[in-house]
Write a protein that binds this ligand. Structure first.
Ligand SMILES: Nc1ncnc2c1ncn2[C@@H]1O[C@H](COP(=O)(O)OP(=O)(O)OP(=O)(O)O)[C@@H](O)[C@H]1O
Ligand SMILES: [Mg+2]
Length: 323
């Protein structure tokens, strides 16, 4: 299930999940077997390497199945441990792409209750495995890096504090074009937005809300539209995120704004999208939100204040939407 993102409890841990990609976290030391290996071979490999699943490949890296401990147990019970793994392996294997944001893979692991997911590259070749442990390790490393960078920034700020008031950035504009279904590009716009707001010294809460709003808008244009343009305008006081696409629009906007409403198909859901939380999260993260979605194209405008009057406003929004 998609996490319900509350900007107040949304932590740096979640933030790292949005920043990292699967390939940053996956383990590349692959233990694989060919389909002619026996279930006993699989059992021994699992024991020796302390792993709970082994990808079965042909031609070195073309995934054809997965043998889990469960499969080994079943073969043992059937007194068939010398059978080739091809006979017992699971053939319909859920996989993730190396370039998707880690958050999507985590949702996939949670949703399916799997311990591990094989990772494929754009050519459908097996390039790694992703477990919950891999995710935790990658996030911890990232948080360490960030903590160190934060210490450094603080030191720099102290050093510069005398002259800081002389710098006054004006209006800044970010723009990217988005092609339909280009999921590898998901997160590009959100990354630029986050960098730009952080540069302005906004609070971490404001930076996260801007990044989430930008990310969800970006993914919606990629997944649901025929392509479009995402823009962000930063002033001294706020950021306005503008998402415009070429259609097909949204027939019933009130319905689309509800938590859990999604028209995403099986393929999209298998990638971890389509929980119907994007638009509600965008609204919750914004101080001002508007959407219009005629067939000629959807336009979403979101404004986020750099110095919001109080965080309570967002909490109230959240409560309002639940009822
Ligand atoms: N730019 C768009 N163009 C056309 N339809 C859209 C657009 N954005 C959203 N929708 C429609 O609104 C629905 C709800 O969007 P929302 O972002 O809340 O959920 P989702 O994208 O389906 O899933 P999630 O965002 O949780 O991965 C979508 O399923 C889609 O039908
Ligand atoms: Mg969405």
């Amino acid at each position: 299930m998609r996490m319900r993102i509350d900007p107040v409890t949304y932590t740096p841990f979640h933030e790292a999940l949005y920043d990292l990609r699967v390939r940053d976290a996956m383990s590349k030391n692959l233990i694989v077997l060919g389909p002619e290996a026996t279930m006993l071979d699989a059992q021994i490999a699992m024991r020796d390497h302390r792993i709970s699943g082994i990808p079965i490949v042909i031609d070195g890296d073309k995934l054809v199945g997965l043998v889990s401990i469960q499969d080994v147990i079943e073969a043992l019970v059937a007194n068939d441990i010398h059978a080739p793994v091809g006979k017992w392996m699971t053939e319909k294997v859920y996989t993730v792409r190396e370039k998707i944001p880690l958050i999507q893979a985590v949702k996939e692991l949670q949703k399916r209750g799997f311990g591990r997911l094989p990772v494929l590259n754009a050519e459908d070749r097996l390039v790694g495995m992703l477990t919950n442990n891999d995710v935790t390790r990658a996030v911890m490393l990232r948080l360490n890096e960030e903590a160190r960078a934060a210490e450094q920034r603080e030191a720099d700020l102290m050093a510069r504090s005398m002259s800081a008031t002389q710098e006054r950035p004006g209006i800044e504009r970010i723009e990217i074009r988005v092609e339909p279904m280009d999921l590898d590009a998901a997160g590009t716009f959100a990354g630029l937005v986050k960098k730009a707001v952080k540069k302005r010294g906004v609070s971490p809460d404001v930076a996260r809300r801007a990044a989430i709003a930008a990310y969800e808008a970006e993914v919606n244009v990629i997944l649901h539209s025929m392509g479009g343009i995402l823009e962000a305008f930063l002033s001294d006081q706020d950021i306005t995120i503008l998402s415009r696409d070429r259609g097909p629009g949204i027939p019933n906007v009130d319905e689309a704004m509800k938590e859990g409403f999604s028209t995403a198909n099986e393929v999209v859901r298998a990638l971890g999208f389509g929980a119907g939380m994007g638009l509600p999260n965008m609204k919750r993260c914004s101080d001002e939100f508007s959407i219009s979605a005629p067939a000629s194209g959807t336009t979403v405008t979101m404004k986020i204040l750099f110095n919001p009057p109080s965080q309570a406003t967002h909490q109230e929004n959240a409560t309002e939407e639940k009822t």
